[in-house]
Design a protein around this ligand. Structure first.
Ligand code: SRM
Ligand code: SF4
Length: 582
């Protein structure tokens, strides 16, 4: 394909989504007109544009009835998911409380902390959409670019460790990258916030480079994800990102970043050319050059990413098709200078930052485990009320973590007992009271809102962990630290493919079990068994756990053990355990 830099033409073989974007007048389409009509749903083409504004049209799949009793088709119960984009997961107590109110008043009363440090509302009705977006913006948050074919939320370590300037610097870089790659169209402001800068004015001046200097009319071929890690703290799961930046620290300062490219989890089982991939090292870049290099990478993706097949329109496939050498050469051409080789700085550790931690500035932070990121109240367990009370009474800083958890930061030492008292009074277990298996588990949303789910995830993982906990404690393995991540389809939203145990929904009620990843996130797991019914998952894992207990090398983790034995070795070891009387 002959491509002139920065100009994407729309040949007929491009996907229909490309045409929708190109003809949308920079993400306007007919959103404003459709908002004004009383229908409860947006048109199909508009739904693609809405994603760039941070929202997905969904329907409640629990209430999806294909035929009513008289045989006629019944309507779907439409609503919207809104995603708030929060670089590094950092927000204030007031901003967080505003989101809790919003969930109650225009959402389905729950709020979801995502595994990219964002907040999601589900169940927002179309007629309430503008109010919701205005209220989010009113507290200086945005949904712009939280979804869609643009740079998504930029992740970085949320721990407010202040013994050096490193973490604050990473947050600064995350915010800078995020701002730099925000769509520039005024469509968002016009449609949702009533900005007087009208679309017509932008359309008349039309030159793409003045409206979207980076993205142009077609935006990117697909989503693009960036995360910033430290070699001694990969809490952001850096290898799962299109662009991973690993900070190189010298004398307590960020000297620059190792640049990793081409990570991604999504798989489409019907397309054998799709696969999960871990990001690979490309270069080292000085701290001041990180934006120009990220820009060059995004431009290469913009100009050469696959716009003919959305299933293969991620950076990882471009790199797989070209090979790293050709990719590096093209990035150098766009960057305008040769790339420096990456520094030797392998990822060595991972922290979830939960529990009590000293910040290094005389203050404390507390990391609370929020099971699968879902914030709600149930009788006897009122997490949402507890978070509201903590925010209003103690006024901590808030950081959302890449494991769907929450940190309360900047707390004086004498607030510690107060925070624990609030949690206990609301029936919320402290992190210290939660098993390691649960603490390191994660599920994607799946049913009832995700349209792509083929199996349950968030709603079944807690009970599966109950079962796993019982088996681990029976086997004396309750102190083992490993990740269990579950998804309701192979798209991999909970990053199951680099977990110690990955459970991937394959069809209704059945899962593929992956084993052999690890907390460091630097290794892909392999398929252990396919199409395992939900109720058989823990019984299938028990012989593996028994084999691990008896056959592990010293200090070996579950994932390392599974990786060492490999699929066939593990199967043989597990079969042997089944035959051995316990
Ligand atoms: Fe995801 C699509 C939820 C992180 C890979 N993801 C979806 C949608 C929007 C379904 C859809 O397209 O209609 C899901 C909305 C469900 C709902 O009702 O809330 C959804 N993804 C999520 C969240 C909320 C999962 C969670 O429980 O935390 C995460 C939101 C993150 C955020 O704040 O931006 C989420 N999704 C991820 C991740 C993990 C990550 O980014 O670190 C991945 C794997 C990494 C990657 O991008 O490869 C991921 N989501 C996907 C894919 C597969 C993309 C691909 O390359 O094939 C899809 C499907 C798609 O885009 O067509 C998808
Ligand atoms: Fe939906 Fe699949 Fe992502 Fe789960 S992994 S949220 S089921 S798209």
């Amino acid at each position: 394909m002959n491509i002139e830099r920065g100009t994407v033409t729309s040949p007929s073989k491009f996907t229909p989504v490309e045409k929708i974007k190109a003809e949308s007048n920079y993400l306007r389409g007919s959103i404003a007109e459709e908002l004004a009509n009383p229908s409860d749903a947006f048109a199909k083409d508009t739904v693609h544009l809405l994603k760039h504004h941070g929202m997905y049209q969904q329907d409640d799949r629990d209430n999806r009835v294909s035929k009513s009793s008289d045989g006629a088709k019944t309507a779907k119960a439409y609503s919207l998911l809104i995603r708030v984009k929060i670089p590094g997961g950092r927000l204030t107590a007031d901003q967080f409380v505003a989101q809790l109110h919003l969930a109650d008043e225009v959402g389905n009363t729950t709020l979801r902390i995502t595994d990219r440090q964002d907040i999601q509302f589900h169940g927002v009705l179309k007629r309430n959409l503008r109010e919701a977006i205005q209220r989010i913006n009113h507290v200086e948050l945005t949904t712009l670019g939280a979804c869609g074919d643009v740079e998504r939320n930029v992740m970085c370590c949320p721990a407010p460790l202040r013994s050096d300037a490193v973490r604050d610097r990473l947050q600064e870089v995350a915010e800078r990258i995020s701002l730099h790659f925000l769509p520039r169209t005024r469509a968002y402001h016009e449609i949702w916030l009533g900005d007087p800068d009208t679309g017509e004015r932008q359309q008349v001046t039309a030159a793409p480079e003045t409206i979207e200097p980076l993205y142009g009319r077609n935006y990117l071929p697909r989503k693009f994800k960036t995360a910033i890690a430290l070699a001694d703290d990969n809490c952001v799961d850096v290898y799962a990102n299109d662009l991973g930046l690993v900070a190189i620290v010298r004398d307590g300062q960020v000297a620059g970043f190792n640049v990793l490219v081409g990570g991604g989890m999504g798989v489409t089982p019907s397309n054998k050319n799709t696969f999960p991939a871990l990001a690979k090292p490309l270069a080292f870049v000085g701290a001041d050059d990180v934006l120009p290099l990220a820009t060059a990478l995004i431009e290469v993706f913009r100009d050469f990413g696959d716009r003919t097949d959305r299933k293969r329109a991620r950076l990882k496939y471009l790199i797989a098709d070209w090979g790293m050498d050709r990719f590096r050469a093209k990035v150098e051409e766009y960057y305008g200078r040769p790339l420096e080789a990456p520094k030797p700085a392998p990822i060595r550790a991972y922290h979830d930052h939960l529990g009590w931690n000293e910040q290094g500035d005389g203050l404390w932070f507390y990391g609370l485990n929020v099971e699968n990121g879902r914030v709600l109240d149930r009788p006897g367990w009122t997490l949402k009320s507890a978070l509201r009370e903590i925010c209003t009474k103690l006024r901590p800083g808030i950081r959302l973590t890449p494991q769907q958890n929450i940190l309360f930061t900047d707390l004086p030492a004498d607030y510690r007992s107060g925070l624990e008292e609030i949690l206990c009074r609301h029936g919320v277990r402290l992190t210290e009271e939660i098993s390691l298996a649960r603490r390191h588990s994660m599920a994607c949303v799946a049913f009832p809102t995700c349209p792509l789910a083929v199996a349950e995830s968030e709603r079944v993982l807690p009970a599966l962990i109950d079962q796993l906990e019982a088996e681990l404690s029976r086997l004396g393995l309750e102190d083992e630290k490993f990740t269990t991540r579950m998804t309701g389809c192979p798209n991999g939203c909970a990053r199951p493919y680099n977990a110690d145990i990955g459970l991937v929904g394959k069809t209704a009620g059945k899962y593929t079990i992956y084993l052999g990843g690890r907390l460091l996130g630097d290794r892909l797991a392999v398929i252990y068994k396919d199409l395992v019914p939900l109720e058989e998952i823990v019984p299938t894992l028990v012989p593996v756990l028994v084999a691990f207990k008896s056959g592990r090398a010293e200090g070996e983790t579950l994932g390392d053990f599974c990786h060492r034995l490999g699929r066939e070795g593990l199967k043989a070891a597990a079969a042997e355990m089944l035959m051995t009387p316990s």
